[in-house]
Every structure is written in C-alpha cells, then in structure tokens.
Design a protein around this ligand. Structure first.
Ligand SMILES: *[C@@H]1O[C@H](CO)[C@@H](O)[C@H](O)[C@H]1NC(C)=O
Ligand SMILES: *[C@@H]1O[C@H](CO)[C@@H](O)[C@H](O)[C@H]1NC(C)=O
Ligand SMILES: *[C@@H]1O[C@H](CO)[C@@H](O)[C@H](O)[C@H]1NC(C)=O
Ligand SMILES: *[C@@H]1O[C@H](CO)[C@@H](O)[C@H](O)[C@H]1NC(C)=O
Ligand SMILES: *[C@@H]1O[C@H](CO)[C@@H](O)[C@H](O)[C@H]1NC(C)=O
Ligand SMILES: *[C@@H]1O[C@H](CO)[C@@H](O)[C@H](O)[C@H]1NC(C)=O
Ligand SMILES: *[C@@H]1O[C@H](CO)[C@@H](O)[C@H](O)[C@H]1NC(C)=O
Ligand SMILES: *[C@@H]1O[C@H](CO)[C@@H](O)[C@H](O)[C@H]1NC(C)=O
Ligand SMILES: *[C@@H]1O[C@H](CO)[C@@H](O)[C@H](O)[C@H]1NC(C)=O
Ligand SMILES: *[C@@H]1O[C@H](CO)[C@@H](O)[C@H](O)[C@H]1NC(C)=O
Ligand SMILES: *[C@@H]1O[C@H](CO)[C@@H](O)[C@H](O)[C@H]1NC(C)=O
Ligand SMILES: *[C@@H]1O[C@H](CO)[C@@H](O)[C@H](O)[C@H]1NC(C)=O
Length: 411
C-alpha cells in the first residue's frame, strides 16, 4: 500500500511538471471524427474534514494525464475526465440553434485518496455540481478564455484558465474562429458586428466573437537566434532574396522561438512576387512579398504547425508590412510584434529583408523602421566622431603653428 502511495506521489509530481501545457483531450465519435476538443487548466481548492472536527484545505490541479470517458451526441455532449484515485471532472454541453453552451460542471473527489486528502476522516466520494460561465458560444467556433474564472461552491473552489474548448466539432477539425470570454475581451468598446473575424483582417470584431487579445501572458523566452536566409534563382547565381530574421511565434496561448538551426529554406524570386519558405521540424512559415512598381511589402504570411491534435494553419493574405522602395532593404533591429490573425502573432528581432533587386548577394541601403532607435543613434555617433576628428585636426594645427613660430604670439 505504501509502495503504491509512493508511486502515486511520483506520478503526481511527473504530472505537475507537464502542467504548463494544460490538459488536452480530443474526443472522437464512432466514425473516428473529432467531435469534442478541450485544452484547459483547472485548479481545485477543496476543504475537507480532518480529526477533531477541524477542516483542512488542499489545492491541486487537474493533471495532464487523464482518462477520457467523454461522449458526443448531436444535441448534447459530455466531457468527462477521470484522474487519480477515483476523481472525475465533467462538463456537459448543449447546442441550441446557432449557439452552444456548457451547462454544469460535475466534480467528484474521493476522500479516501490519502495522497490528495491526508488525514481525511471521511472515506467516501463527494460530488459538487456548479453552473459554468461558458454560454453563447457560436456553433463551429472555439471557446477561448485565458483569464482565470473561479467558480465557488460550498467546499470546493475551481479555477479555470487557459481554456480552449470546442464542442460539436464539424469537419473533423477544430475551428479557427474564436469566441472569447468577456474577461479576455479588451474593455475598449468595439462596434458590434455579427460573428467571426475573417482571416484576412486583423481588426477586432464583437464582444462575443472576437479576435484574441494581443497580450499573451507567457514566461519570458530568450531572444531568438537570428537566422540568415537567402534564395537563389539557380545554383550559379548570387542571392535574389535575402533575409536576416530572429523570429518568435505566438500561436494560441503559446510562444515559441523559431530555431534557424536545421531549418529548410526554399522559395522563389519573381518580378512582382517573391516567396520565402522556412520549414523547421514543427512548423512552416511562408512569407510572400509583392512589388508594387516602386515599393515592396510583406503581403502574405502562412503559418502551419503540426500539433498532437493535427495540423493547424493560419494565414493572412492582406498584409502591408515591412514596406520599402524596391532596390533597398527593410530593416528593424528592435523587437516588433505583428498580429497576423486572431491566433497568430509574429515577433521579429534584428530584422533585415530584401526580397527584390538584390545586387551581388548583399543588402542594399536599408530603410529603417521608424521605431528603430539606432536610426537616430547612427547619425549622432557619426556626427560625434566627425566633431572629434575636427577637434584633433585643429589642435594639431595649433601645436604645429606654435612649433614653427616660436616666440610669436597670435592674438
Ligand atoms: C479524422 O482525423 C483523424 C486524424 O486527424 C483521422 O485519423 C481520421 O481518419 C479522420 N476521420 C475521418 C472520418 O476523416
Ligand atoms: C473559496 O473562495 C472563497 C473566496 O475567495 C474563500 O472564502 C473560500 O475559503 C474558498 N474555499 C475553498 C475551499 O478554498
Ligand atoms: C494552481 O495550483 C498550483 C499548485 O497547487 C499552484 O502552484 C498554482 O499557482 C495554482 N494556479 C492558480 C492559477 O491558482
Ligand atoms: C448537465 O448535467 C447535469 C448534472 O449531471 C444535469 O443536471 C443537467 O440536466 C445536464 N444538463 C443538460 C442540458 O443536459
Ligand atoms: C469507510 O469508513 C467506514 C468507517 O468509517 C468503514 O466501515 C468502511 O469500511 C470504509 N470504507 C472503505 C472503502 O475504506
Ligand atoms: C469562420 O471564419 C470564416 C472566415 O475566416 C468564415 O467564412 C466562416 O463563416 C466563419 N464561421 C463561423 C461559424 O462564423
Ligand atoms: C455583448 O455586449 C452587449 C452590450 O455591451 C451585451 O448586451 C451582450 O450581452 C454581450 N454579449 C456577450 C455574449 O457577452
Ligand atoms: C507589441 O509592441 C508594442 C509596441 O511596439 C508593445 O507596447 C506591446 O507590449 C507589444 N506586445 C507584446 C505582446 O509584446
Ligand atoms: C553552374 O556552373 C557549372 C560550371 O561553371 C556548370 O557546369 C553548370 O551547368 C552551371 N549550372 C547552372 C544551373 O547553370
Ligand atoms: C545546430 O544543431 C546541431 C545538431 O543538432 C549542433 O551540433 C550545432 O551545434 C547547432 N548549431 C548551433 C549554432 O546551435
Ligand atoms: C517591380 O515591378 C515593376 C513593374 O511592376 C518592374 O518594372 C520592376 O522591374 C520590378 N522590380 C523588380 C526588382 O523585379
Ligand atoms: C497555407 O498553407 C496550408 C498548408 O500548406 C495550405 O493548406 C493553405 O491553403 C495555405 N493557405 C493560404 C491562404 O495560402
């Protein structure tokens, strides 16, 4: 028994380590189609009775490792996760025309699990049922709530956060359209329009269905390594597209640095359009630049990521970023962030790109982004150096004159 307890403790520690990723479940129906998706984090705070009529409170998390006992139906579905020694957490969903909602969370905990509830005087399984705050979710959209939502009951508080759920999934894949919870929506009022952001605009839409907020609370990552990429028309010519970029991707709740080491570079150079495709083990980033006679710009970005729950693709084909004159390069050394889609944010560091008119395989004059401090700094440094030089020349001249005309005093 005690050996078993040690094993469970070990397992709990192992699970706690994985927790930053949340608990993810992909529920499939009889035909192996994805019908319910959930990735979420839940903390439980439970008070229970110990000896002498006293009570103790424990806090624990929904582990990443759960046994899925969910069921999907046409009008109602249930997410049911069993974990630990006889604990379970379930939510039922119902569909109602164009909306679906989560109805009740049922949490059962087994007080005889001494690793979680030490010294409990009771040994039975307790059950609490609470109403959820997950309502009015558009059909075929994912419900997203990064903010903490605490639901209190008599002896149990449950805190949910980083929640991404889709019930009644269609077409065997999760939707890219997001219904954000009110707590995630920035307080600035926006004109209410109906439904779903189109992937081609980055503008926020309504309070219920909106693009995800641009602020993503994440642990600070190190500055990504700057990758030096180039495309050649053929093996004997010099580069026709060159790019130095340190890249970080914000995808859903996650942020990750793009590692240039091991990245496959491909693409093409055209007269009106050039393309740079970066492929790493886990993701592909496709950058399309256009040449509008005198100016170039980053026009489209297509991002594809392979995850445990399938391939996710996010694209925006209506961008106007990194603009500069054709025949020059665009440069931005400072960290920048760009909202590409509601799910995707691009962070750049030490950026310099030239997609057209590259001569001898090197960057031409750089058009620097306005936010770059160095664009002000460089003239200052050059000016200061020049002033120093003039001073030295003047001093040398004065000393020289003194040596030549000893005894003479000018003025
Ligand atoms: C649904 O997708 C999964 C993998 O993503 C695949 O294994 C399965 O065959 C698909 N089901 C149908 C019915 O297409
Ligand atoms: C639940 O939260 C309330 C308010 O923060 C607190 O008073 C109560 O003690 C908590 N209960 C448990 C079991 O943690
Ligand atoms: C959840 O619980 C864990 C461990 O009990 C704790 O470290 C963490 O801070 C809690 N998170 C929240 C959001 O309450
Ligand atoms: C959801 O589950 C709870 C508890 O099992 C039940 O009382 C409730 O009726 C269910 N709601 C729906 C809409 O089925
Ligand atoms: C639970 O406790 C009661 C006495 O409090 C005891 O009779 C019973 O056998 C216990 N059940 C289990 C499963 O440990
Ligand atoms: C989801 O977004 C796409 C455009 O990106 C749109 O065509 C579609 O109608 C939206 N779906 C829903 C259910 O709003
Ligand atoms: C959207 O905002 C309006 C007005 O502020 C409010 O009446 C409505 O309930 C909100 N809808 C959701 C789903 O929060
Ligand atoms: C994005 O950049 C703006 C200014 O350039 C900055 O205020 C904001 O904090 C940045 N957002 C993130 C998530 O880094
Ligand atoms: C590159 O140059 C080599 C020798 O100079 C030549 O044999 C080869 O055909 C050239 N390749 C291309 C694609 O022009
Ligand atoms: C790139 O990866 C290889 C093997 O994974 C490693 O040996 C090498 O040191 C890495 N280079 C850099 C610059 O990190
Ligand atoms: C850019 O496009 C114009 C016409 O649209 C063309 O004349 C010019 O050569 C192009 N520049 C490059 C570098 O391909
Ligand atoms: C983005 O790439 C994926 C995978 O290569 C592709 O299926 C999708 O059509 C592309 N989207 C756009 C808008 O180019």
């Amino acid at each position: 028994m005690s050996r078993y307890a040690t094993f469970v403790l070990f397992l709990t520690l192992g699970i706690a380590f994985q927790l930053s990723h949340g608990t993810e479940v992909n529920v499939r129906d009889k035909t192996n189609q994805l019908c319910l998706f959930a990735n979420l984090m839940v903390n439980f705070s439970v008070s229970y009775e110990v000896a002498d009529n006293k009570s103790a409170t424990v806090e624990f998390e929904l582990p990443a490792k759960v046994t899925d006992e969910s069921t999907c139906g046409d009008t109602s579905s249930t997410l049911k996760l069993n974990f630990g020694e006889g604990h379970s957490w379930s939510v039922n969903f119902t569909i109602n025309g164009k909306m679906y909602q989560a109805d009740t969370i049922v949490f059962s905990y087994n007080l005889s699990d001494t690793t979680v509830f030490p010294n409990s005087v009771l040994n039975e399984t307790e059950t609490v049922a609470v109403k959820t705050h997950i309502t009015d979710v558009g059909v075929d959209t994912c419900y997203s709530c990064k903010s903490k939502d605490t639901i209190e009951a008599d002896k149990v508080n449950q805190t949910l956060w980083n929640v991404l759920i889709q019930a009644f999934v269609t077409n065997n894949r999760t939707s890219k359209n997001i219904t954000s919870c009110a707590a995630d929506v920035p307080t600035t009022p926006v004109a209410p329009t109906t439904h779903a952001p189109s992937t081609t605009t980055a503008a926020p839409v309504t309070n219920s269905t909106t693009t995800a907020p641009t602020t993503t609370p994440t642990p600070t990552l190190p500055t990504p390594t700057t990758g030096k990429y180039s495309i050649k028309r053929d093996e004997n010519s010099t580069a026709c597209l060159i790019a130095n970029i340190g890249l970080r991707i914000g995808f859903k709740q996650e942020q990750m640095n793009f590692d240039p080491n091991g990245t496959k570079v491909s693409g093409s150079c055209g007269v009106n359009s050039s393309e740079l495709i970066l492929t790493s083990n886990t993701m592909t980033i496709m950058l399309t630049f256009t040449n509008d006679t005198k100016k170039f710009r980053l026009h489209a970005l297509n991002f594809t990521k392979n995850t445990s729950s399938g391939e996710f693709s996010e694209a925006n084909t209506n961008l106007s970023l990194w603009e500069a004159a054709v025949g020059t390069s665009y440069m931005c050394n400072k960290e920048q962030n760009y909202t590409i889609t509601s799910q995707l944010t691009l962070y750049t560091f030490d950026l310099q790109v030239q997609p057209f008119g590259v001569k001898n395989g090197v960057f031409s004059t750089a058009h620097e982004c306005s936010l770059d401090d160095t664009s002000i700094l460089i003239p200052i440094i050059v000016g200061a150096a020049l002033a120093g030089l003039i001073l030295i020349v003047v001093i040398a001249y004065v000393i020289g004159r003194r040596k030549t005309y000893v005894g003479y005093q000018t003025l």
